[in-house]
Design a binder for this molecule. Structure first.
Ligand code: MLT
Length: 234
């Protein structure tokens, strides 16, 4: 049986062997949810980068510049980091260059995996079905918050593990922890996720609607994959 592991923060990713495996990167609030929403509604491609400057550089060739620091849109960027901005007419058919506090860092740090998939509750079943057919080991790479663990990405890891368990063996205590947290929360997932530190931070900016949107299950039947630094659809 293939195994599924969980890396709870990009600070720990160096402890995982990614070669030969599929990495599923998740940043529920909000980077990977934005990417899934955008790719599911007509964004052409997304270029995730670690640094703000790289984003400005990519913007010079006509790409939409997107992202945030600390949850707030970077000054000079075209859009911030809301799933609703990723679904607006302005970005349809376009390429987006994006840099975020945690999500794009986790994607960049997943380099080394055979494939890097972009996961969110918005496309959980599509990701699970793809993994089940892949016959490869999986590392769920949680973006966390500035090197620390966060609740919402851990919940996603637990949710994905539950769906995979007929085909996968969960490996390591981080996977066990994610499963326990999810099992104890799944009766009211959205409410539990909204108790997280970043949910409070975003709510203090008045953007509660992003939080409920990011917790929607299976809005999109798509698998965004990051190859050579560019996210496109499988
Ligand atoms: C991140 O990458 O840390 C985020 O997606 C933060 C946010 O904009 O909510």
């Amino acid at each position: 049986m293939n195994k599924v592991e969980v890396c709870l923060t990009p600070e720990l990713i160096h402890q995982f062997e990614l070669k030969g495996k599929i990495a599923v990167v998740v940043d529920i609030f909000r980077a990977t949810s934005c990417m899934v929403a955008g790719m599911g509604t007509g964004v052409n491609a997304i270029h995730p980068v670690a640094e703000v400057n790289e984003c400005f550089e990519k913007g010079k060739s006509g790409r939409i510049m997107a992202g945030e620091r600390g949850g707030i849109k970077v000054e000079g960027f075209d859009i911030g980091n809301s799933p609703f901005e990723y679904m607006c007419d302005m970005v349809k058919g376009k390429e987006i260059a994006v840099s975020t506090t945690n999500g794009t860092q986790a994607i960049v740090k997943s380099e080394g995996a055979d494939e890097i998939l972009i996961g969110a509750f918005l496309n959980l079943s599509a990701i699970a079905n793809y993994l089940k057919a892949s016959n490869k080991d999986v590392v769920i790479h949680c973006a966390g918050w500035k090197g620390t663990v966060n609740l919402e990405d851990t919940l996603f890891a637990g949710a994905l593990i539950e769906v995979l368990l007929d085909n996968y063996q969960s490996h390591g205590d981080a996977a066990l922890l994610a499963s326990h947290v999810y099992q104890n929360s799944k009766h009211d997932l959205c409410a539990v996720a909204q108790t997280s530190a970043h949910a409070h931070r975003l709510a203090s900016f008045g953007i509660e609607k992003d939080l409920t949107y990011c917790m929607q299950l299976d809005e999109f039947d798509i698998i965004p994959v990051c190859k050579n630094g560019i996210i496109s659809l499988k």
